[in-house]
Design a binder for this molecule. Structure first.
Ligand SMILES: Cc1cc2nc3c(=O)[nH]c(=O)nc-3n(C[C@H](O)[C@H](O)[C@H](O)COP(=O)(O)OP(=O)(O)OC[C@H]3O[C@@H](n4cnc5c(N)ncnc54)[C@H](O)[C@@H]3O)c2cc1C
Length: 388
């Protein structure tokens, strides 16, 4: 006799665990299967998120999950830079190894079952013809469920489309030059085409340093970045992971399968940040499933798409446009834009910015008088879309 659940979730990271928490808290049976042998490990995340975003996901991170509080963001072009004050946005750095376990604990307390070292192999809906159950084949045997959630991260979206994938490398590094209070972002189209290099401090002299870009050898590029600092460093952990930058899939619901989180393209196209937006994907999907189970009506699953898009569509459209625009600017244009940003414009972005909905901050920077002039000469009337 196969074990049977209302819902099976493949992927035990932020989106899958939050979906499971919502479903279990309404009294339905749910199992999360995770192919790795430990929740939260290997960590493939910078952990940068706002405190507000985490609270919106109904989580109060434990002190052990918070590695640092960020005060400033220093943004570099190839030869210029400016600094934003991030104090009001209450940006924190999470240790995802601890944080994800905290969500797993929440989900388990609500009644979810979590199985590690259990890999989902396939799902089929017609194997049990006289019921509307799906058969989920796993490395530990077959399971039955009414609904299936695909929360397998970028590996799932890779099977649909490889075009939006950039290669990234992120190392945990100990080195003197890391300033505990300041996140660094460096744009250089020649070195990091389509993305940037970043430093996320986890303490004084330690941090997560990474690069991503189109068709780059991320390990070599990161080595050059670290060596360019001219100081000694030790690498204590290395992560290589693909990141997705093309925005959400058109649909998240396919018969009795719901796709959530990175697997649904719910990461921000500008920064590939997904803790908040993917977490919300898990919550919206979990709540839609609860309604569908309560009313025995599959059509209610569509509420998941409707609710996620009503929160994020406008924001993601703007970020996608900003990404396309930035990809077309060369290093000189980026330097020129940076040179033209005034102190009052920097102050305005610092005080009015929202970390979780940052397209407004990007729009403000790209709408300074100097920037408009530079961009207009490069791409003409297309710029109007950004300011709509
Ligand atoms: C280098 C890097 C830095 C990042 N930094 C940030 C940041 O600073 N801030 C931010 O907000 N976001 C950041 N992100 C993005 C963020 O990590 C993701 O958006 C977020 O973790 C997505 O959560 P998820 O639950 O959708 O998927 P994932 O976290 O990708 O988890 C998918 C899970 O599914 C499991 N899985 C895969 N296949 C199977 C299978 N067949 N069976 C069972 N389990 C399976 C995997 O083992 C994994 O645990 C970063 C990403 C990368 C790569």
């Amino acid at each position: 006799m196969m074990d049977s659940y209302d819902v099976i979730v493949a992927g035990g990271s932020i989106s899958g665990l939050l979906a499971a928490r919502e479903i279990a808290s309404a009294g339905f049976s749910v199992a999360v299967i995770e192919e790795d042998s430990e929740i939260g490990t290997p960590e493939h995340c910078g952990g940068l998120v706002s405190m507000q975003g985490i609270q919106d996901l109904s989580i109060i991170p434990s002190s052990g999950a918070i590695q640092n509080n960020i005060k400033y963001a220093k943004i570099f072009s190839p030869s210029k830079s400016f600094e934003l004050n991030a104090v009001e946005q209450k940006v924190i750095v999470l240790d995802r190894r601890v944080f994800d376990k905290q969500i797993a604990f929440q989900a388990q307390k609500m009644g979810a079952e979590i199985k590690v070292k259990c890999s989902m192999r396939s799902v089929s809906q017609d194997a049990v013809s006289d019921t509307r159950k799906c058969t989920v084949k796993t490395s530990e045997g077959d399971l039955l469920s009414t609904y299936f959630i695909d929360a397998r991260g970028v590996s799932s979206i890779l099977q649909r489309n490889r075009e939006g994938i950039l290669q990234s490398a992120q190392y945990e590094v100990y080195t003197e030059w890391i300033d505990q209070d300041t996140v660094e972002v460096k744009f250089d189209k020649d070195k990091y085409p389509g993305f940037f290099a970043w430093v996320i401090p986890t303490g004084s002299g330690s941090g997560k340093v990474g690069v991503a870009g189109r068709s780059i050898n991320a390990a070599n590029v990161l080595k050059s970045y670290l060596e360019s600092k001219g100081e000694k460093y030790s690498i204590v952990r290395k992560v290589y992971a693909p990141i997705w930058t093309l925005g959400p899939l058109k649909n998240f619901v396919f018969n009795n399968t719901l796709v959530i989180g990175d697997a649904a393209g719910q990461t921000k196209p500008t920064t590939a940040g997904g803790i908040y937006t993917c977490g919300m994907g898990g919550i919206c999907a979990g709540r839609a499933i609860v309604k569908a189970l309560e009313e025995n009506n599959d059509r209610l699953l569509k509420h998941y798409e409707k609710n996620w898009f009503s929160m994020f569509k406008r924001e993601f459209d703007k970020m996608l446009f900003a990404r396309r625009l930035l990809e077309r600017l060369d290093n000189k244009a980026i330097d020129d834009i940076f040179s033209n940003i005034s102190n009052s414009e920097i102050k305005d972005v610092s005080t009015s910015g929202n970390f979780d909905f940052h397209s407004n901050a990007i729009t403000k920077i790209l709408s300074t008088k100097g920037a408009i002039k530079i961009i207009r000469t490069m791409i003409g009337s297309e710029i109007r879309h950004l300011y709509k």
